[in-house]
Design a protein around this ligand. Sequence first.
Ligand code: HEM
Length: 367
Amino acid sequence: YTTAPFHGTHQAALLTPPARNTAFVAFDVTADNRAELADLLRALTARARFLTAGGTPPPVGITGPPSDSGLLGPGVPADGGLRVTVAAGSSLFDGRFGLSGHAPRRLRTMPPFPDDDLDPAWCHGDLGVQLCADSTDTVLHALRDLTRHTRGGLQIRWRLDGFTAPPRPTGAPRNLFGFKDGTANPNPRDTRLMDRLVWTGTRSGEPRWTTGGSYQVVRLIRMLVEFWDRVPRTEQERILGRDRDTGAPLDGDRELDAPRYALDPKGEVTPLDSHIRVAGPRTPEAEDRRLLRRSYNYDRGTDRNGNLDMGLLFCCYQQDLDRQFTAVQRSLAGEPLTDYVTPFGGGYFFALPGVRDGADWYGRALM
Ligand code: HEM
C-alpha cells in the first residue's frame, strides 16, 4: 500500500476508496476555551501528520513511559496507508469556544427520522475523528496515539469500528446483506462533479473558512441479518434493486451498467420502491442530490438476546445537507428495506478542509 498524502485542499479519505478497516470516534471537547481548542487542533494535526507519514518515535529517558505504544514495532511504518479525517459537530459552535457565528450554515444536530431508534449514547459529538487503514493494528495504533496526545481536551463519547470486504469476486465490496455497496458513487477524480456535489465554500453560500470541506453524515444502522437470511433471493433483489451476484441493476448485465428506469415506468423489472430506484432515480432533477458514500460494515458481536449485532456504518459526504442527504433520506422513508434495518446512532458533522502544508493545521482558518 502506498502512503495517502496528508497535505492537500481536501482530507484524503474523501478522495480515496474505503480502506479495509476503520474506527469512527466521536469526541466531546473538554477544553475550556478557544485557545485551548486551538492547541488541541494543532496537537491533533501534528500527530496525524506524523502517523500518516511514518517515522521513528523520539527516544525517551530511562524512567518515563515510551513515547509510542509499540503496536507497530520500533518505528511507525511509512506505508501504513493511514487516513485521518477530522470533522466538527454542531455542538462545537454552541458558544463555549466563541465560534457561534462561524458554523457551516446547514450544520445542526442530526434529527431522528421515521423508523429510527436513536440511542443518545451513540449519537452526535463535538468532533468526529475517523481513522482508516488497511490493517487493524494501524488503526488501533493511531487511535491510541491520538487519544494519548489529546487526553487533556478530548473525551471519547462513542466509537464504532468497521471493515470492508475484499472484492468478491470483483467490484465494490459487499455489505452484510451480501450485496455490493458503493457501486453508484460519483467519481472523486471528476473534479467538476466533486465541486458540484461534495465541496463547500463561498460558492455554496458558506463561510470562507469552509472552502474544501464537506458535510459528513454518519448513520449507525443495525441490519437484522437473521431475518434477512430467511428472505428469498429474488425478494432481496427486488428490495435493493440489484442482482446479488453481479451487482448489476435488474435491467442490466454488469455492475456498472446504468439502470434505465424510463423504459420501465411501472416498475415491472425494478420495483418503484426498490432502494436504488428511490435513492437514485437517475432523473436530471435528482443529479444534484447525489451523495459520496464511504460506508463500512460493522460487527459488535451478539446482543443480550443472542442475536447477531452487525450492520452498516453508513457515511456520506455532500456539499449541502438539505439538498442531498436529507432529501434522499426523506424519500427512503417507508421503503421495504426499513423492515430489515434499525438506525440507532450517528450524527451530522462537517469534515474540515484539508491541512494544506506543514504550517497549516485542522481548522486554522476557522480559529
Ligand atoms: C445504493 C444498500 C442505506 C443511499 C445502495 C446499494 C446497496 C445499498 C446494496 C446498491 C449499490 C450501490 O450503488 O452502492 C444499503 C443498505 C443500507 C443502505 C443495506 C442500510 C443498512 C442507505 C442510506 C442512504 C442510502 C441511509 C441515504 C440516505 C444510497 C444511494 C445509493 C445506494 C444514494 C445509490 C443509488 C443509485 O444512484 O443507484 N445501497 N443502503 N443507502 N444507497 Fe444504500
